[in-house]
Every structure is written in C-alpha cells, then in structure tokens.
Write a protein that binds this ligand. Structure first.
Ligand SMILES: NC(=O)c1ccc[n+]([C@@H]2O[C@H](COP(=O)([O-])OP(=O)(O)OC[C@H]3O[C@@H](n4cnc5c(N)ncnc54)[C@H](OP(=O)(O)O)[C@@H]3O)[C@@H](O)[C@H]2O)c1
Length: 283
C-alpha cells in the first residue's frame, strides 16, 4: 500500500517515545510516511527521529510537550501547522490503578483528561482537517479488555470504554468522508514500564504463556497488517488468534453474562494486577 498517496504525507504519533508509539513511528516511516513524534522526553524523541531519518530517508520531527497541558492541542497544532497530517496515532495514556474511593481526585481528573478529552480534542483538530481533505486515518491504541469492569481500575477502564465506543462511532461517521478509523486492542506490552510495574514477574510469565503479552514490534506489525485491510478493530495476534478469541469472548460474555461477566472479568484481570505499583495502592 502507498501510505502517503492514500492518507497524506505525515503521520503524527501522540506518545512516540517508547514501546508501541515508538514502533508506530518507526514502522510507518518504513512504509514511507514522514513522522511527527510527540511525548515529553526530548532526548528519546531526538534519538528515535535521527534513527528514522537515517534508516528510511523520511522527515522526522520531534515535538516535546506535556499532552495534559491545558493548551496541549493548540501547542501541537502550532508546532505542525505547516504539515499535512494524514495519519493520527493516539497512543499516549495515563494508567493509575487504585480503588476509586482512595484515589486522589487530581489523579482521576488527569487520567480522564489524557485518556478521553485529549483523544477527542486531537481528533477534533486533525480529524476535522482530514474530513475536509477527504483522506486520512485515525488510529486509537486501546486495551484488549476495553469493555471489562475491574474493581481496582474503574477510572482507567471507564476511559478505555469511552475510547472504544467513541472510535467505533467515529468509524461510522468518518467513512462517509474517506477517513479511516481503526482501534488497536493491545494485550500486555513486553518491555513497557507501566506493564512491568503493574504485573509481578510471575504474572508476566503467566500472561506470556497464555498469549497475553507481546513485544511492541510485533504488536504494531500485526496491527498495521490489519489496518491496511481497513479493519475498524485490529487485534494484534499470534498465528493462532488467541487475542481475537479473548476479545470475542470478553465482548460476548459482557452482553450475556450480567453481573457474573463483571465479577469474572474483574477477578481474572484483578488477579494479574499484582505488581509493585498495584500493591502500593492496597496498603
Ligand atoms: N502497558 C501495557 O501493557 C498495555 C497493555 C494494553 C494496552 N496498552 C495501551 O498501549 C498504549 C501504550 O502503553 P504504554 O504502557 O507504552 O504507555 P506509557 O509508557 O505510559 O506511555 C506511552 C507514551 O506516552 C507518552 N506520554 C505519557 N504521558 C505523557 C504526557 N503527559 N505528555 C506527553 N506524552 C506522554 C510517553 O512518553 P513520555 O514519558 O516521554 O512523555 C510514551 O511515549 C496505551 O494507549 C495503553 O493503553 C498498554
């Protein structure tokens, strides 16, 4: 597929300094897209951008900023005002685990802002221009269990459910304007700092054995293969589609299982959430 011809010359990745976001930047550049890399850590962004320019001969622009700032989208819009953004990848997120009643209000608000308001505002700005041009794509990175309630993870799960339904609703609208919308439902990301803080080494081994985690390179390569086929929900997977099966089971169990669906999914995912960061919230 000729990405530039289909979507436009630049891909912007929000949250491009690590794991899946970094891989989206690298792998979209390998497919000929120029890239804008957004995150807070400038040295990481500059290093990745330099390697991308050298490897693929495309433009790579680092933009260091805090995406939770009040004027984040205005700042970003100004930093790339001279570029046509053809693909927007919404990857950055905040994930803090904790019982709702004991988590401080500022953390709750920050998570909502980053995981729901920011994707909406980024889409409003960049997606709006794609609709006017009649081409483009928005990719939302989400979690495999985005519709599952988890009792120590209510705010995060709530934001991810918003993102899933928002993206699917937008898919219905934007396809009429030639703009593709895809959600990527990701399992555990091996090497992610957040993943390592939330799951103990034992739980990570269990997750790996049951197919519940993958390396970011593989996640993004698999996601882009499905994205190229125009899929609205992409589930990065192994040759045996264990993650796709997990999504079907979780989604259908939710529809038919009533309160048992909530208790079982919360029990399973809650059991795996046993890393240092999670234990600290239980003290
Ligand atoms: N971790 C997992 O195992 C897992 C599992 C399923 C799905 N996912 C999904 O996969 C995506 C990536 O997960 P991850 O664990 O790699 O996330 P992460 O490490 O928390 O952050 C991803 C990116 O967002 C950037 N970022 C974070 N806060 C920011 C801020 N305030 N302003 C600007 N940039 C910010 C980070 O860079 P800087 O720190 O340099 O700003 C990084 O580049 C998320 O959407 C997540 O929901 C993750």
């Amino acid at each position: 597929m000729d990405y530039q011809a289909k979507f436009g010359p630049y891909a912007l990745v929000a949250g491009a300094s690590t794991t899946v976001g970094e891989q989206f930047a690298r792998q979209l550049a390998a497919k000929g897209m120029n890239v804008v890399l957004v995150a807070r850590r400038l040295p990481l962004l500059e290093k990745i951008a330099g390697e991308i320019r050298e490897a693929y001969g495309v433009d790579a622009r680092p933009v260091a900023m805090d995406l939770t700032a009040d004027d984040a989208v205005d700042q970003l819009a100004a930093a790339v005002a001279d570029l046509e953004i053809g693909i927007l990848v919404v990857n950055a997120n905040i994930h803090k685990v904790g019982l709702f009643h004991s988590m401080d209000r500022a953390t709750k608000v920050r998570m909502l802002r980053m995981n729901t308001e920011l994707p909406m505002l980024l889409t409003d700005h960049f997606g709006g221009m794609m609709v006017e041009r009649g081409r483009g794509a928005v990719i939302y990175v989400n979690v495999l269990n985005s519709l599952s309630p988890i009792d120590i993870d209510g705010i995060f799960q709530g934001t991810k459910a918003f993102l899933r339904v928002f993206a699917e609703s937008l898919w219905l609208e934007y396809r009429r304007h030639g703009v593709q919308v895809s959600t990527v439902l990701v399992n555990g990301i091996e090497g992610s700092e957040s993943y390592e803080k939330k799951l103990s080494p034992t739980s990570r081994v269990v997750a790996k054995v049951i197919g519940g985690s993958m390396k970011p390179e593989r996640i993004v390569a698999s996601a882009l293969r499905q994205f190229e086929k125009g899929k609205w929900v992409c589930v990065p997977d192994y040759p045996i589609p264990v993650n796709q099966l997990a999504v079907w089971s979780l989604d259908s169990f939710r529809a038919i299982g009533g309160t048992s669906a909530a208790k079982v999914s919360s029990g399973i995912f809650g059991m795996l959430l046993d890393g240092d960061e999670v234990q600290a919230t239980k003290k």
